[in-house]
Design a binder for this molecule. Structure first.
Ligand code: ATP
Ligand code: MG
Length: 210
């Protein structure tokens, strides 16, 4: 039986940007993924509603707006756990048992690959999905390929390179740009920018936070 291929794009998405969207679209094309789920990570209670950050509800709404025009992207709220963090290995193992007809492709950037050993239960993650890895932060191509090979050997898992250009963009940098009132047009889809403006997100100094 050929399994249905499902992509998972996890992240904080604070805010979502074209890096995340391009990775999802490229993975859909390169690996024939039927659907890519955008799965915002939950925050533990002490990290919710921090000044200068979006709330959980705002992060969800930004993702919803960003992916609305793409028929093979979907929002998944399953990691928005009311009591705090959820762990990728648990999510992936649950998805596998709920959907035995699907195989899962977890899409990450190179920074996440280099951190992978520090994730909770990395071997169980690698057993539960294929990891699809995009370059980031101008990683040297040889070093990137070596790291993929090392991870394959360490975890006996499937680590696949996603063919994307280096996309020099991060949520962290965008939060700073918005705070400084710089333009983020084309880094973030227009409907998301409109929402950020309407809700005054990331404007820590404007005194309008509730
Ligand atoms: P922050 O700056 O707050 O850490 P971020 O831009 O890294 O935000 P995350 O939500 O942390 O965004 O990222 C989710 C996933 O997307 C991670 O696996 C990360 O490596 C990947 N990713 C994010 N931006 C890029 C990018 N520009 N190129 C490649 N991968 C990216
Ligand atoms: Mg990050």
């Amino acid at each position: 039986m050929t399994k249905r291929k499902i992509g998972i794009m996890g992240g904080t998405f604070d805010p979502i940007h074209i890096g995340h969207l391009i990775l999802g679209e490229a993975a859909h094309r390169q690996f024939g993924l039927e659907t890519v789920y955008f799965m915002p990570a939950g925050n533990p209670p002490h990290k919710r509603n921090r000044a200068g950050r979006a709330t959980d509800a705002q992060r969800l709404e930004m993702v919803r707006r960003a992916i609305a025009s793409n028929p093979h992207f979907e929002l998944s709220e399953r990691e928005m756990n009311p009591d705090g963090y959820s762990y990728s290995y648990r999510t992936l193992e649950a998805l596998n048992s709920e959907h035995p007809d699907c195989s899962f492709y977890f899409i990450i950037g190179a920074d996440s690959l280099f951190d992978f050993d520090t994730w909770r239960e990395p071997a169980r993650i690698a057993a539960a999905c294929s990891l699809v890895v995009a370059t980031r932060n101008q990683t040297d191509p040889v070093r990137f390929e070596q790291e993929i090979e090392t991870k394959r050997k360490t975890y006996n898992g499937t680590f696949l390179r996603l063919d994307t250009p280096n996309l020099d963009i991060s949520s962290h940098h965008l939060r700073e740009m918005i705070q400084k009132e710089e333009s983020v047009k084309y880094y973030i889809p227009d409907p998301v920018i409109e929402y950020i403006q309407q809700e005054h997100i990331y404007r820590v100094d404007d005194g309008e936070e509730s």
